[in-house]
Design a protein around this ligand. Structure first.
Ligand code: ADP
Ligand code: MG
Length: 344
């Protein structure tokens, strides 16, 4: 007789599954901020206010004036894979929204205590949903302005191991500032305010100009050493700024790339930018680059990284060549060659 043996494989219960999945998307307080402000942008908000208590582990509040949610949607929003942004797998090929997996709110709620208050323009009252690691606690009506506010308290209260791995308050706050800065550059038509422990730490101008945001976020000295970059081909358009070779950094902290409004990290793009400078950069130094890529979403796979930090591009080689030549052009225009004094 054949021995079917004892089974060691068990199916995890849903709350455990959610906590594990959350680990991939919600690494730290800044991940929460990123997911919430991306939702606000997707909801067509023109104003987004972020308030941080402690260094995000105590509280994160994000208030927007976007389209809000209906009572029904508010109660569905925290379910895993609940999204209003795609319907079918084909939609993945034309994603222009920041979100699409319907995972963020479920993940956040599985590791924190969350209160959502939301109202749509055409509805008289709003909805308040209270949810935590064990599910929805309460749904009620609530008076509120049009838009959505999400309060996240006691982040990682249910996953002490994750909380232990957070870095210093200073480091966590710098990640939060970075996330808000990147988003305000990517969406210069949205005004972002970041308040840390009651003090305004960042307020992006409501101007729709990227350079204004750069001045605001990185200072006039950085902005002064930039040259504009514009490039257009059948495949893509690139617009933004790169630094003259004299402004470099030891890291890539002044490199911000967006593809279709999404802030991404890409060694490939970063390397191509560097190649465009040829030998003009000292070894181990990186130029500043704030570049916005508009590419047909068919050619961009955003579904390769849990936090969507990286993307996969079709036509990699062509795009690389285009970046190199865009950088060359931009530097050529930006009085790259030092003025030569001609002695008579
Ligand atoms: P995704 O963004 O991938 O769709 P989320 O879990 O982040 O998934 O959000 C789930 C859904 O909740 C969204 O698809 C959207 O319909 C709704 N939602 C979330 N945040 C907001 C917001 N700030 N304003 C309006 N709707 C929102
Ligand atoms: Mg989202």
């Amino acid at each position: 007789a054949c021995d079917i043996g004892t089974s060691r494989i068990r199916l995890l219960d849903e709350s455990t599954i959610n906590k594990i999945a959350a680990g991939e998307v919600i690494e730290r307080p800044a991940s929460v901020v990123k997911e919430l402000i991306e939702n606000s942008v997707d909801a067509h908000a023109s104003e987004v206010r972020v308030e941080i208590g402690g260094y995000g582990t105590k509280s994160i509040l994000v208030v927007d004036n976007g389209v809000g949610m209906s009572h029904t949607d508010a109660s569905l929003a925290f379910k895993k894979h609940a999204t209003s942004k795609i319907n079918t797998i084909e939609d993945l090929d034309r994603i222009l929204t920041m979100g699409f997996r319907g995972e963020a709110l479920a993940s956040i709620a599985s590791v924190a205590k969350v209160e959502l208050v939301t109202r749509q323009e055409d509805s008289i009252g709003g909805t308040k949903v209270v949810v935590d690691g064990s599910g929805i606690r309460n749904i009620s009506s609530a008076g509120t302005a049009v838009g959505t506010s999400i309060l996240v308290n006691d982040l990682f209260y249910s996953t002490p191991a994750r909380k232990k791995y957070l870095k210093s308050a200073r480091t966590e706050l710098s990640h939060i500032i970075d996330v808000v800065s990147r988003n305000s550059l990517a969406h210069s038509d949205v005004s972002f305010t970041l308040v840390i422990d009651g003090k305004v730490s960042l307020r992006s101008p409501s101007s729709a100009k990227m350079l204004d945001s750069i001045v605001h976020l990185y200072g006039a000295d950085v902005a002064r050493s930039l040259v504009p970059l514009e490039y257009e081909s059948d495949l893509l358009t690139i617009s933004g700024y790169i630094s003259k070779p004299e402004l470099t950094r030891s890291g890539k902290d002044l490199q911000v790339f967006f593809i279709n409004g999404r802030s991404i990290f890409s060694n490939q793009i970063s390397n191509a930018v560097r190649l465009g400078y040829y030998t003009l950069l000292p070894k181990g130094r990186y130029p500043a680059a704030f570049l916005n890529f508009i590419i047909d979403p068919v050619n961009v796979d955003v579904n390769v990284h849990p936090a969507k930090r990286e993307v996969r591009l079709s036509h990699e080689k062509e795009i690389e060549a285009m970046v190199i030549s865009a950088v060359e052009d931009a530097l050529g225009r930006g009085s790259l060659v030092p003025e030569v004094q001609v002695r008579k």
